[in-house]
Ligand binder design. Sequence first.
Ligand code: C2O
Ligand code: CU
Length: 486
Amino acid sequence: MLTRRTVLGGMAGLAGAGALAGTGMRTSPARAGEGLPARPSVPAGRRHDLTFVAAEREARLLGPSGPVSRVWTYTDDLFGVVRMRLGDTLRARLDNRLPEHTSMHWHGIRVPNSQDGVQYLTQPPVNPGETFAYEFTPPDTGTFFFHPHCNETGQVGRGLAGILIVEGDEQEPSHADLVLASKDWRLAEDGSWLSFDTLEGASRAGTFGTVRAVNGEQAFSAEVPAHGDIRLRILNLDATRMIEVGVEGAEAYVIATDGNPITPFPLHSWRLGAAMRLDVLVRAPAAGRTFRVLDYFSAEPWPLATVRAAPSGLQPRPFSPKPLYVSSVPRADLKNAERMSFAFSAATGAAGFVQAVAQDDPLAKVLLDSLCVQESTFWAINKASWPNADHRRMPPPLAMLEAGRSYVFELMNATPHPHPIHLHGHMFEVLSASRSDVPRFLADTVLLHPKERIEIAFVAERGDWMFHCHILEHLEFGMMGYVRAV
Ligand code: C2O
Ligand code: CU
């Protein structure tokens, strides 16, 4: 069995204290997506009219004979999967039957700003009993997900998230396509919820679940055709946990990061912070054999999935994955890009606006939307903690951008904790990372290790776009803001 040490020696592992640390340079800085094949023209798509009834439902998260838990979901399935083709339009009607307001944010999908699903910033909250219709045509293929944007610890913590797959990126269809959504649960033994946030967790690495699960199951397994090419779509939907994905018992190649095609390379291990995704192509072994998808970040490698090969008509043959079609994400013009720096740190000031209001003004306290506002903050971006005002009076943006212009953001982590940093509405290119040795890749969320400096580049889209850490307690307790492009 692979050990974590051999894995970390691989090309995608963390650079040790050695040569790469601190430089962020690599020998062949090819731009992300260079060399991928062009996509044949996309035929006109169709419209998917879907209704998502956000409601409380029952699930046995502690096993088939365990107690019932009251989950919150968008559909009858936990993490229901929507599949569409590139060129198709999604019309999604959200029907809120939860006891509190909610929304649908389409994580990683380059939607028009008005469809981005952020309460107060891009739309009013969808109150209990209300509906809201989203409509957009995703411009990119890939593995995405959706979730609300206030009380994320409580709503996503109870299961409120869904998966959106945009197909049309494969030159050769895979023989099976498996979704692996990793998300732990904060459950007591009787199936009831434990508090989703704790001051202890919120002020440090985050509060971990008590029960690990993939697709809602504690020991997820599946069957695939022997000798088949198996596409794994691995999503980290956890509030807190970082996983380090590897495959044991079969050859595996990384083919996409956050849904974005990348020149295939062998998967040794790849770290996924909260909200990050990885598409992997695996060649299934002979009938009767199994391979495992493992999380090497745990003290003991933890099986995310056990996959058994079943007899198929396929013959053994050499494995060299065909790359996916290149995406149409605009690439930044690095020569003329404007540079901006963002420091992710602990909150500096003592009592911010919220505490002041909450203590001194009973009326303002009533007006504050407690679903979107915490009473204290622990974290900040460029010294500003979210929210520093009532959501109904938005704080100023962290930065003003010009739509259509190229930017290089330098992200600096001044804390001892890793932070998966997400920018809405864009796919950015990760140009360099001072503590990781990885090829340039496209992403919507990047893992910023302690003391790390990362450069990302993108072309600004018009609108107000949230920019935050995706550890849910970190964003709720201050490590969030937005940028405005006009
Ligand atoms: Cu998954 Cu503000 O995002
Ligand atoms: Cu964080």
